[in-house]
Design a protein. Structure first.
Length: 458
């Protein structure tokens, strides 16, 4: 394989990738509103000579290159979060600007930059005849990831009936190759109360006060140590072999689990009344050794939850928002933890490609980026979660990450990504299929994979 030719081709396509990315950024594409951007992507893939470009029923845009039976997929979710407070942005987040080094705007790092690199990485494969015999490439612009990670791939797996040999996620990795991440789930706590006139609150039963007690204990669950000085042992306990004997080492790799209150709701007859219900949402990040039911049980076992008995209900959210096509794929808001072995064949293909193209260290995007990448291991894990929660977490399809941008830019105002990252990633994607050693593939690529729930969810 001529690695210099790959690098030269990726560099030559840099202006095209930059223009494509800026075009995507200019089209607002929050979850369930991606129609404009997926059609722009389809236009670009068609221009690049993909053999087939299509939309599935959920609205994922899929480009195909090659004619083999085995599939290597490259996934980029192309929906974004909103912009939040516009005053926090220095420039228009949907127009922004570019310098010699960076591109500014919502979606650059999270995660439309990955789509630009993937589209052109596969174009380079076609130009240089790098798709191995028996394989074809699948480039996915997936929808609704920000709303419900992995639901798009639940649809691809269960409805489209597509099962790749492995998947490269283009989520931002800050120059690293990522082989797993924590899972997460969305928990709801509902508290019942009884309203009365606010002039005599003792006649009622204030649901907000009950919830206040519970939320203090949710905070303690996240912040407390795990020793005998506290009644509520903190989630840090899962890093200790005493509490997590089978998976504490994996938990130390991924990082501890966390929980935080993310939303709160109430009902009350008026501002002059006692609240008769209160509900809260808990964002729960799960490390190795934690399960969906253990996380629910932890909340049910909090002293305040037990104190208020049948007036408290702890449950998991469901997701059923219609896609831009109108299609609904209902699923639970549970997103399993996963880790690949570093020795797995698909992970090694990316490591070998990086070593051949760019060396054994993370490549700095520019001088500023170098300060955040220098000294970090090339092979690592994400802090947030990705579509890998379904690809590998639910279905065991080998998944690995390498993508332009940085996690620190995700969901932040003044989001940027780096032009050099687009080049670096496109070149690596182009090299990976030819370096993948299928004969080294084993059935035990997972170092850790959380189980599914006992719900009838596909």
């Amino acid at each position: 394989m001529d690695f210099n030719a790959i690098k030269k081709a990726a560099e030559a396509y840099k202006p095209d990738m930059v223009k494509f990315l800026r075009d995507m950024i200019a089209i607002p594409s929050e979850s369930c509103q991606e129609e404009g951007v997926v059609k722009r992507i389809a236009q670009e893939l068609t221009k690049l000579g993909y053999d087939k470009v299509e939309f599935d029923g959920l609205g994922n845009v899929i480009g195909w290159m090659g004619s083999g039976d085995k599939i290597i997929a490259i996934d980029s979710h192309i929906d974004t979060v909103g912009i939040g407070n516009r005053d926090n942005w220095e420039k228009d987040p949907y127009e922004g600007y570019e310098t010699d080094d960076i591109i500014y705007g919502r979606g650059g790092s999270d995660q439309e930059g990955g789509m630009a690199s993937a589209a052109y990485g596969v174009k380079i494969m076609k130009d240089l005849n790098l798709i191995p015999d028996g394989y074809k490439m699948m480039v996915v612009g997936s929808v609704q990831e920000e709303d419900c990670d992995g639901m798009c791939w639940q649809y691809i797996y269960n409805v489209d009936k597509i099962v790749p040999e492995f998947v490269i996620s283009t989520e931002p990795t800050d120059g690293g190759i990522y082989r797993g991440h924590r899972g997460r789930m969305e928990i709801r706590v509902d508290v019942h109360g009884v309203s009365c006139h606010g002039s005599a609150p003792e006649r009622g039963d204030n649901a907000i006060y009950k919830m206040a007690d519970i939320l203090q204990e949710v905070r303690a669950l996240n912040e407390n140590p795990a020793d005998d000085t506290v009644e509520i042992k903190g989630l840090v306990k899962m890093l200790d072999p005493k509490y997590n004997p089978e998976h504490y080492e994996d938990a130390r790799f991924l990082g501890r689990g966390t929980c935080t209150t993310s939303q709160i709701f109430y009902t009350s007859p008026s501002r002059c009344a006692v609240a008769d219900s209160c509900a809260s949402s808990i964002d729960r990040r799960m490390t190795a050794g934690e399960t969906w039911d253990s996380c629910l049980q932890e909340i049910r076992d909090l002293p305040a939850v037990k104190k208020y008995g049948d007036d408290v209900k702890v449950s998991m959210y469901m997701y059923d928002r219609p896609a831009w096509t109108g299609e609904v794929y209902e699923t639970e808001c549970y997103f399993p933890t996963w880790i690949n072995k570093e020795s797995a064949a698909h992970v090694q293909a990316l490591i070998d490609a990086h070593h051949a193209l760019w060396g054994d260290k993370r490549l700095a995007a520019d001088a500023k980026a170098n300060s955040t990448r220098e000294g970090r291991p090339l092979t690592d894990k994400w802090t947030f979660s990705t579509n890998g929660v379904s690809i590998q977490g639910r279905y065991g399809i080998p998944c690995v990450g390498f993508g332009p941008g940085a996690e620190s830019q995700a969901h932040a105002p003044n989001e940027i990504t780096w032009k050099q990252d687009l080049v670096t990633c496109a070149a690596l994607y182009a090299a990976v299929p030819g370096l993948y050693k299928a004969e080294n593939k084993t059935d035990d690529v997972c170092q850790f994979r959380a189980g599914k729930t006992d719900n009838n969810i596909q």
